[in-house]
Write a new protein. Structure first.
Length: 195
């Protein structure tokens, strides 16, 4: 599914009016994770309540779970200022939203299944940065960083990145959520003020 629209082209230097701080990016990432946990918890509560009701069918339960999952999917897909996507436990991209397409330049069809090192400068990949980030997120629950990332067209942008481990009820690692915010305009402003 190609979600690229004219207004969703990757941000080009000077076009992004982004002024959000790393703290705000972290807060939004935390809120998205909280919302996901809430939706999961709420889903379980609703299923148990439904099962307790006489005459509740398995089909109705499945429909409610599907409806909640669809609402959450639509929420994430609609976010345009953040690249929000899932990685499998090995770091391969499993989902993609319109914000990721706008910031990084890849359509879902082009990037799903590829390793997230695609977005890192060669020197960071050679230094093992991607592996380190996943190890930290696995061990600590999350990893946050600011640094250069690479768009599809080869251009670099300054990004705030939050990687969070996603686990099931038994604490088994399912993969990682990754939230990226383009902070290029803010970075240029800081550099200009320093000069």
């Amino acid at each position: 599914m190609n979600m690229m629209h004219e207004q969703t082209q990757p941000a080009i230097d000077g076009e992004n009016e982004n002024t959000m701080s790393s703290t705000e990016t972290t807060a939004i990432s935390a809120e998205l994770m909280r919302m996901q946990r809430y939706a999961h918890t709420r889903q379980g509560e609703l299923v148990r309540a439904e099962q307790a009701r006489a005459g509740t069918s398995t089909l109705e339960q499945a429909q409610n779970r599907t409806q909640q999952a669809e609402l959450f999917r639509r929420l994430v897909e609609s976010v345009r200022d953040y690249a929000i996507f899932m990685l499998d436990p090995t770091g391969c991209i499993a989902t993609w939203n319109i914000g990721a397409e706008r910031i990084k330049g890849y359509s879902a069809n082009e990037i799903i299944g590829k390793h997230f090192s695609t977005f890192y400068p060669d020197e960071d990949v050679r230094a093992g940065k991607c592996e380190y980030e996943l190890e930290e997120a696995t061990r600590e629950g999350r990893f946050e960083d600011e640094g250069w990332r690479v768009r599809k067209d080869g251009g670099r942008f300054w990004a705030n990145v939050v990687i969070s481990a996603v686990r099931d009820e038994q604490r088994q690692l399912l993969g990682f959520s990754k939230v990226t915010r383009d902070l290029s305009v803010m970075k240029r402003g800081q550099e200009e003020q320093a000069n």
